[in-house]
Design a binder for this molecule. Structure first.
Ligand SMILES: [Zn+2]
Length: 186
């Protein structure tokens, strides 16, 4: 299974084709055991992320207990693929090199978050501290879903910009996702 996955990844990276799901009704599942957040907070953020992408495309998303098309997992260090996580950002010295999550393009759709990061859905509570001490899970969820739908991180990284309101998609991201899947029906 792993070798098949890696082969698919390398094909994706060098073949000039669109990464997209061949169906529009997708399922997702969440393994929240190591997130450090409550089940309800994790799910709310992921559901909010899917709602944003669903609102601008013909795509629908439904949560299933396990084995969804898009599978969310919180994991630490080596976790069974070729991309071990690097631990909590601050431990590495350079925050900007810190890997928070990685996503496999369609139609693999796996989304892995680094469970060593201090995730929160409540960034307001974190404001006023000298430096941000926690990672915004909503922002990560929005970007990771975009990647799992086929957008490159050069598009989704723009949502880190301080001028982009929290919990929204950028104009570029909407144009890019609609270029792949089209506008919403109705
Ligand atoms: Zn992984």
């Amino acid at each position: 299974m792993l070798s098949l996955l890696l082969l698919t990844l390398s094909l994706v990276s060098c073949a000039p084709r669109i990464n997209k799901w061949s169906k529009t009704d997708l399922t997702f599942s969440i393994d929240n055991r190591r997130s450090g957040m409550t089940d309800s907070d994790t799910k709310k953020a992921i559901h909010a992320a899917f709602e944003l992408w669903s609102a601008v495309t013909p795509l629908t998303f439904k949560e299933v207990p396990s084995g969804g098309d898009i599978q969310f997992l919180f994991a630490s260090g080596y976790h069974g693929d070729a991309y071990p996580f690097d631990g909590k950002g601050d431990d590495m010295g350079d925050h900007w090199e810190n890997v928070l999550f990685h996503t496999f393009f369609p139609e693999i759709g796996a989304v892995h978050f680094d469970s060593d990061e201090p995730w929160t859905v409540d960034v307001e509570r974190e404001m006023g501290k000298p430096e941000r001490s926690k990672e915004d899970f909503l922002n990560a969820a929005i970007k990771s879903v975009g990647n799992a739908l086929g957008l490159s991180s050069s598009i989704t990284i723009q949502m880190n910009d301080k001028f982009v309101p929290r919990g929204t998609l950028t104009k570029d991201a909407i144009e890019a996702i609609q270029w792949i899947y089209g506008a919403p029906k109705n």
